[in-house]
Design a protein around this ligand. Structure first.
Ligand code: SAH
Ligand code: SF4
Ligand code: F3S
Length: 439
């Protein structure tokens, strides 16, 4: 492969961006490009960016600095910036950073081959329009072989939570057709994938004609009983009884729900425009646990939203304790231009935000430890992912409730299911021994 046709790509941000990178690679492969894993083999360097918080952008900016430096000694390479930061800065990005040759927003990836050609002729390539219809439905993502595949079932978001930049960077919500999703599921099964994660910013508002997300996930699960089906992210407002029952009704739909609550204070939830109350959310958790008692649950929390008081913060801690999540992703509030919260006074000091974050992390660690220890003595089914990072003699894999399990290697291979008796646990990992070992 000639170097000018070689692509090096780095991806930041959420799984939607990971899935988009596979779409980008597919579009470029069809135009005669190929991916390389080393920067020094590439003629085109692409960075798929995230804008969700200031620190996510800073990471990308730091990395772009490295590429700028590299380009000084390799002036022929083309540098392209993709993804969410492109929609935040648009033309300013390319005007202020002259080493960038191409910018392409999330709905403009079909134009990449043409943008690369025009960059080679010395013209800057700029494509930043958001679309109401682009779903990349007909593009088969170029996946690396493995166990687990992502399928983006929708794009964009209409919720406009007041802190969030996603509706501005990804545009309006659009669902893909059910038939194209099922076709992709059949393909990944043929390619040997054992697990699929259906992706969207708000998967449970998926709709295709009369079919909603519970219909879709039921159909995906029915394609092959041996395929594990996961999904993320769910919005609490759209978590219907029908969906909870569908999850319970299929053994291959994973009993794990990521259900971001963001705050335990009704006043802050209203300011965030999350459209539910703590009472509604706790009812939902009770409902989930009564139908799926073993369900793994996780959440996202933002600390230090404008006007958050010590009492609001305490209510968030109370909620964590009431729910007893298996895990939580915690973030310090980061003001984002264009959002509603941008004009609210960011009045919680940085030190206080950090203190609240630390407190939440510590409390959640204790809760996760307690939840994990309650599994000791149980036998759980694990999808083997491969050799454990920490020890060559151990395997690791996940339960369908999304817990990481480490156990001594025992003749099985990645992709096998293993029954493991749990013997000890820390807040992040379960450790055990396989029963009925493969001989
Ligand atoms: N669509 C998903 C999550 C999208 S972003 C949902 O609605 O749940 C992932 C997480 O980042 C959010 O759940 C939120 O906790 C966090 N987040 C989003 N914007 C943020 C901001 N401006 N500052 C801090 N955290 C933010
Ligand atoms: Fe952002 Fe809210 Fe949409 Fe999630 S639901 S992507 S937090 S606006
Ligand atoms: Fe980041 Fe865009 Fe995802 S802002 S979190 S990459 S949708």
């Amino acid at each position: 492969m000639h170097r000018s046709r070689s692509i090096y790509i780095e991806t930041y941000g959420c799984q939607m961006n990971m899935a988009d990178t596979e779409v980008v690679l597919s579009i470029l492969r069809d135009a005669g490009f190929a991916r390389v894993n080393e920067l020094n083999q590439a003629g085109v360097v692409l960075v798929n960016t995230c804008a969700i918080r200031e620190n996510a952008e800073q990471r990308v900016i730091g990395r772009l600095g490295d590429f700028h430096h590299y380009k000084k000694t390799n002036p022929e390479i083309i540098i392209g910036v993709l993804g969410c930061m492109v929609e935040r800065y648009r033309k300013d990005l390319i005007d202020s950073q002259e080493f960038i040759d191409i910018i392409a927003g999330p709905d403009e990836y079909r134009k990449l081959p043409a943008l690369i050609e025009s960059a080679r002729r010395g013209e800057k390539g700029i494509a930043t329009r958001l679309s109401r219809s682009e779903k990349y439905d007909d593009i088969v993502p170029l996946r690396k072989a493995g166990l687990s595949a992502w399928i983006a079932i929708m794009r964009g978001c209409n919720n406009f939570c007041t802190y969030c930049v996603v509706p501005f960077t990804r545009g309006r919500e659009r669902s893909r057709s059910r038939s194209s999703i099922i076709g992709e599921v059949e393909d990944i099964i043929c390619q040997g994938f054992k697990e699929v994660t259906l992706l969207g910013q708000n998967v449970n508002s998926y709709r295709d004609g009369s079919n909603d997300f519970s219909d879709l996930i039921g159909m995906v699960a029915d394609v092959d009983k041996n395929l594990r089906v996961r999904f993320m992210t769910s919005h609490p407002r759209d978590m219907s009884d029908k969906l909870i029952e569908t999850i319970a009704s299929r053994s291959n739909i994973c009993k794990y729900i990521h259900l971001p609550v963001q705050s335990g204070s009704d006043r802050i939830l209203a300011l965030m425009k999350r459209s539910y109350t703590v009472e509604y959310y706790l009812d939902l958790i009770r409902k989930i646990r009564s139908v799926i008692p073993e369900a793994g649950l996780s959440t996202d929390i933002i600390t230090g939203f404008p006007t958050e008081t010590k009492d609001d913060h305490k209510q968030t801690i109370d909620l964590l304790q009431k729910v007893g999540y298996d895990g939580a992703y915690t973030f310090i509030y980061s003001p984002r231009e264009k959002t509603k919260a941008w004009s609210m006074t960011d009045d919680v000091s940085h030190e206080e935000k950090n203190r609240r974050l630390e407190e939440i992390i510590n409390i959640q660690r204790g809760i996760s430890l307690h939840r994990n220890r309650s599994m000791i003595g149980q036998v759980t089914q694990v999808l083997v992912e491969g050799i454990s990072k920490r020890s060559n003699s151990d395997f690791c894999g996940r339960t369908d409730t999304n817990k990481m399990v480490v156990f001594p290697r025992n003749g099985n291979i990645a992709g096998d299911y293993a029954d493991v008796r749990i013997e000890r646990a820390n807040s992040a990992t379960l450790f055990g021994t396989q029963i009925h070992a493969v001989c």
